[in-house]
Design a protein around this ligand. Structure first.
Ligand SMILES: Cc1cc2nc3c(=O)[nH]c(=O)nc-3n(C[C@H](O)[C@H](O)[C@H](O)COP(=O)(O)O)c2cc1C
Length: 168
């Protein structure tokens, strides 16, 4: 499938929307709810077992996904702001809560992402931050952007910092 060309068109995620999907251990889509399809512009057929990276927007810094996967593999949950790319090149921002779900015997069942709208204030903080991280990745690599991100956290937990950015 050819990648859509990003445009400046934005899809609105409203405060009542809950956008859910489930992934296997490689990030392939096992389930998504109707608003996930509606926002992305893809059909259920197009997305079933497609990698979640089909939604990857080029404005997203790599370090966010690196952090997400590092934590998920450790069994931890992650709160993260994500800009997604739709089938027609538009974008939408979400605040995602991603977690692993386990079977009774302790093995991994799947990963679940529950996304909601991003607050206006969060947008003001995250857009310039992601721009800076992306620029660092281009000039100095992902490790440099990872260092910048951890410096910004100043010893606080990533999820707590993201929550305070969303709620302030
Ligand atoms: C449950 C779950 C949901 C995900 N949702 C998204 C998403 O909405 N948008 C996105 O770009 N990546 C999402 N990802 C991360 C992708 O798997 C992938 O790491 C990311 O798109 C970066 O792609 P790349 O690793 O090929 O560069 C999700 C991963 C999981 C486990």
């Amino acid at each position: 499938m050819t990648r859509p060309t990003p445009t400046d068109n934005e899809r609105e995620v409203t405060p009542v929307d809950i956008v859910v999907s489930k992934a296997d251990e490689e990030g392939n889509i096992e389930y998504a709810n109707p608003i996930f399809y509606k926002l992305s512009g893809y059909s259920k057929k197009e997305l079933t077992f497609a990698p979640h990276s089909i939604l990857r927007h080029p404005d997203m810094p790599k370090v966010v996904f690196k952090y997400l996967w590092d934590e998920l593999k450790k069994g931890n949950e992650v709160n993260a702001f994500v800009k997604n790319l739709t089938k027609d090149g538009a974008f939408y921002w979400v605040y995602a809560y991603v977690r692993p779900a386990f079977n009774a015997d302790g093995t991994l069942r799947n990963y679940i992402s529950t996304r909601k709208f991003m607050s206006k204030n969060a947008r003001k903080t995250i857009e310039p931050l992601y721009k800076e991280l992306l620029a660092l990745e281009k000039s100095a690599g992902v490790e440099a952007s990872e260092q910048a991100l951890f410096k910004l956290l100043d010893g606080k937990a990533f999820n707590d910092v993201m929550d305070s950015i969303q709620n302030n």
